[in-house]
Write a protein that binds this ligand. Structure first.
Ligand SMILES: NC(=O)c1ccc[n+]([C@@H]2O[C@H](COP(=O)([O-])OP(=O)(O)OC[C@H]3O[C@@H](n4cnc5c(N)ncnc54)[C@H](O)[C@@H]3O)[C@@H](O)[C@H]2O)c1
Ligand SMILES: [Zn+2]
Length: 384
């Protein structure tokens, strides 16, 4: 076992995110929400927390968290927001902050983000800017949030001009990933989050990808032994993300940008289809991962066999890698997708930067992708 993670007596695993004075722990395990009070206690400067959650999560998990804080002698206030991406908006941010100020939160009040990536991003951003910065704890309840959005300190809201365009880097003080919370998550959300798990294998850890090839079906089935495997996938994903974030917290060296493997394509499809239920983010990521490898193969960086192995894995677990061909504006064109890519936040001097791969587990950043290669890969996906 690597020195940065340790299995605790109660079966939970801990991963350290090493960021100097902003370092924190990710705890992954069962039953953690019911122990939220005790696990958070050492970090509270005031025995007071303000929980932000959404309606779906509240109905399943809020009572356990509230009771746990109350048992540990902590005053709890909470707000339940509507579920869905539209909650990550300026207007919700404003009303959330207004509610917090009306409740007279103080610099020592701990904000708790209990939910998926929407709640984590919104509550984290509110914490970043309220009273010039409150501490916050992430309690991620979706697979996507447990393996990705709760770690690394990116917080944001969306605007009409694009997703995540307004936000701040604000690291949580603690991440509590209770894998039991995933039991109430709809299957489709589990599968979407799984695409981000695969991403870690594909970008930097071929062994992890091979492990997933053997264990993913059981991990996702909820069958005997499945839970332990899913928890292990969460731990390995968090370790991968923690290592990258510790090296390149603010995405300045290019290392953190590798986490965007598949995402330039994914965001283009999401923009074309409109963010919502038609195509979940993780579903777009699965499609994007295959396209990123297809583009890599087209440019001679990896083999067609790599692409085939990835497609086969997605098919085996039941995630589609086939690009949607129809959007609200009719047939989706390569030109439209490329136009969305050029408007992406990651764009440097007008050309999209791609994360490509020299093989499974060997991603790299490529600033110059010839447009004809991109057009042909997209053309094949949309018409082939
Ligand atoms: N900050 C980052 O680094 C980062 C990284 C990746 C994604 N994100 C952001 O994350 C967001 C997507 O996150 P998400 O996929 O978690 O979506 P989400 O927060 O909308 O959750 C998905 C759905 O599951 C419900 N839900 C959550 N937990 C549940 C549970 N345990 N049981 C039952 N229902 C539950 C939610 O109410 C919602 O309807 C996007 O806005 C994306 O931009 C941020
Ligand atoms: Zn993603």
């Amino acid at each position: 076992m690597s020195p940065d993670s340790a299995r605790q007596a109660d079966g939970a695993s801990e991963i350290a995110v090493g960021l100097g004075e902003r370092s924190y722990r990710i705890v992954v395990g069962r039953g953690l929400l019911a122990r939220a009070g005790e696990l958070s206690a050492p970090l509270l400067t005031q025995r007071r927390v303000f929980i932000v959650t959404d309606a779906n999560v509240a109905s399943h998990h809020l009572p356990a968290v509230v009771q746990s804080f109350e048992r540990s002698g902590t005053r709890v206030e909470h707000i339940v927001l509507p579920a869905g991406e539209s909650t990550k908006s300026f207007s919700q941010l404003e009303s959330l902050i207004d509610t917090m100020l009306a409740a007279k939160v103080e610099r020592g009040t701990m904000v708790v983000a209990l939910g998926g990536g929407v709640i984590g991003d919104l509550a984290g951003f509110a914490a970043a800017i309220t009273l010039r910065g409150l501490d916050f704890i992430q309690m991620p309840t979706t697979l996507l949030a447990q393996v990705d959005s709760s770690v690394g300190g990116k917080t944001a809201v969306d605007t009409a001009r694009g997703k995540n365009l307004i936000g701040a880097f604000h690291q949580p003080r603690l991440v509590l990933a209770d894998t039991d919370a995933l039991a109430t998550l709809p299957r489709r959300e589990i599968m979407a989050g799984y695409a981000e798990v695969v991403k870690y294998g594909l970008l930097g850890d071929a062994d992890f990808f091979r492990w997933l090839e053997i264990n993913a079906v059981a991990a996702l089935s909820g069958a005997d032994g499945g839970h332990a495997r899913l928890a292990e996938a969460v731990v390995r994903s968090c370790k991968a993300k923690a290592a990258i974030v510790a090296e390149d917290e603010r995405e300045t060296t290019g290392r953190r940008a590798l986490l965007n493997l598949g995402h330039t394509f994914a965001h283009a499809f999401e923009t074309e289809l409109g963010y919502g239920d038609t195509l979940l983010h993780g579903e777009a990521v699965a499609i994007g991962l295959v396209l990123a490898f297809q583009l890599s193969a087209r440019l001679g960086h990896c083999s067609a066999a790599d692409v085939a192995v990835i497609k086969a894995h997605f098919e085996k677990v039941g995630l589609t890698w086939r690009a949607p061909r129809l959007g609200p504006r009719g047939a989706i064109s390569a030109d439209a997708l490329i136009a969305h890519m050029s408007g992406d936040k990651k764009v440097k001097d007008g050309t999209p930067t791609f994360v490509l791969a020299r093989g499974i587990g060997r991603a790299f950043l490529c600033r110059e992708v010839p447009r004809p290669a991109l057009e042909s890969v997209l053309g094949e996906a949309l018409n082939g």
